[in-house]
Write a protein that binds this ligand. Structure first.
Ligand code: ARG
Length: 467
């Protein structure tokens, strides 16, 4: 389509030998992938240099031809990087655009580059290299997001806020603990990224069209040159496989889902009604009509981008579903989904990292909310179990009556008098008031992984020790 590409009606110069006539304009349009796969130019050239070097090492092409090829490819790389390269839609894709230009630059030696390979293993290689690099970038970005949360958690290990279930006040927690929940989520995303890199760390080049080749190639040599652990083991699977792209999209979808939950919390927390956080000017927008407004647009857009990323996963799963082995042209539809998701995910992680670093935590508002809604009712029930020896179910019932009384009186649990509490259960003593404050409540929750500041600090130290 419209990307400065040229159109003619002669048969294709790369594969047109048996064709008397060129493709119909519609055929050319539906067939071409250059509009998007030109993004793979650096990987394509890197792969070709490794392939040509191996061919010469194995005596399959001459050292002289190899030198010409490598030199020509380096020239093409700088042409593309400096924006001088003219991409042609008639040449379909990045692979044939590069090869055709190589022929113009170095003549007949260019025709030797495609010995013992096919575009099927070539595209599998280029795309794998691209996805691997993207995963490495994602890993770094997640590390920055985790670091932002660790800093906020450290700063607010003692800051009390309401913990919610069903978005109803449940029990007091610390803001530091809440931050560490996100550290766990993004930490899992990061290990998924690391595992995916390990899964896909095999070189496809040399699988050729699908059956391997009769030329005495050395796939271990190309694998090593391209930074892969080893070559893939089955040539049919190699050209049929897009698991690495699916894994990327699955990881991106789960990560985006985590980001959307954070985005949603930021939207809620920044409302005047909650007022738990104040967004920085740098990460919010104003309204063109209502002067008082400060909108969490970045968070809303992160929430929305999740839809796009999840959609890409479903799109590629559906493309791959039911495809017979080995390569089918359907698989050309893999790239746009991955490119679009990668761009969206990078932006979403970067935006959330900025928002988390920049937002002001309103500890006073959090604390006031933490104490409302009978958030320490469980602490009263636990006290009755511990100090008065009641079975938990009975303690739950007694506490329920105390909550009902407080509700009827329009006061908090800690505002009931000792006499009122004793009228509900005779064994209650004045000591109970020690556990009814939000600070006492969080300080008591010292179980492994619990919300007590002492425990949260241990969690932070553990994460600081990893990378
Ligand atoms: N542009 C193609 C793709 O992205 C490259 C592989 C084409 N192979 C072929 N035999 N037509 O999948």
């Amino acid at each position: 389509m419209g990307d400065g590409t040229s159109e003619t009606k002669s048969s294709n110069q790369m594969w047109g030998g048996r064709f008397a006539q060129g493709p119909d304009a519609i055929m050319e349009e539906i067939n071409a992938s250059i509009g998007f796969d030109k993004k793979l130019f650096a990987q394509d050239i890197r792969g070709s240099i490794a392939h040509a070097t191996m061919l010469a090492h194995q005596g399959i092409i001459s050292a002289e031809d190899k030198d010409k090829i490598v030199h020509g490819l380096s020239t093409i790389l700088s042409e593309i990087e400096s924006g001088q390269f003219e991409f042609s839609r008639q040449l379909e894709d990045i692979h044939m655009n590069v090869e055709a230009r190589l022929a113009t630059l170095i003549g007949p030696a260019a025709g030797r580059l495609h010995t013992a390979r096919s575009r099927n293993d070539q595209v599998a290689l280029d795309f794998r290299l691209w996805v691997k690099e993207e995963l490495q970038k994602t890993e770094k970005m997640l590390t920055a997001l985790i670091a932002a949360f660790l800093d906020r958690a450290e700063e607010h290990a003692e800051t009390v806020m309401p913990g919610f279930t069903h978005l109803q006040t449940a029990q007091p927690v610390t803001f530091g603990h809440h931050c560490m929940a996100y550290v766990e989520m993004f930490g899992r995303d990061r290990s998924r990224v690391r595992h995916a890199i390990e899964h896909m760390d095999e070189s496809p080049i040399g699988a050729a069209a699908l059956a391997g080749t009769g030329f005495p190639i050395d796939r271990h040599m190309t694998a090593k040159a391209l930074g892969f652990r080893e070559p893939t083991r089955n040539s049919i699977d190699t050209v049929s496989d897009r698991d690495f792209a699916l894994e990327f999209l699955a990881i991106a979808s789960i990560c985006a889902t985590h980001l959307s939950r954070l985005a949603e919390e930021i939207v809620i927390w920044s409302t005047p009604q909650f007022g738990f956080v104040r967004l920085s000017d740098a990460f919010s927008t104003g309204s063109s009509i209502m002067p008082q407004k400060k909108n969490p647009d970045a968070a809303e857009l992160v929430r929305a981008k999740t839809g796009r990323i999840n959609g890409s996963l479903i799109a590629l799963l559906t493309v791959m579903k039911g495809l017979p082995l080995a390569y089918s042209k359907d698989m050309q539809e893999d790239k746009e989904q991955v490119f679009d998701s990668a761009e969206s995910l990078e932006l979403a992680i970067a935006a959330m990292t900025g928002m988390v670093r920049d937002m002001t935590i309103r500890a006073d508002r959090m604390k006031a909310a933490a104490g409302s809604g009978y958030s320490t009712a469980t602490d009263l029930a636990d006290w009755l179990v511990r100090e008065a020896g009641l079975p938990f179910r009975d303690a739950h019932h007694v506490t329920g009556r105390a909550v009902a009384l407080a509700e009827q009186k329009g006061c908090e649990l800690a505002e009931l008098s000792l006499e009122e509490l004793q009228a509900i259960h005779a064994d209650i003593t004045g000591k109970v008031f020690d556990v009814l404050t939000v600070e006492a409540s969080v300080a008591s929750r010292t179980s492994f992984g619990g919300t007590a500041p002492s425990e949260v600090k241990k969690q932070i130290a553990w994460w600081r020790g990893r990378n």
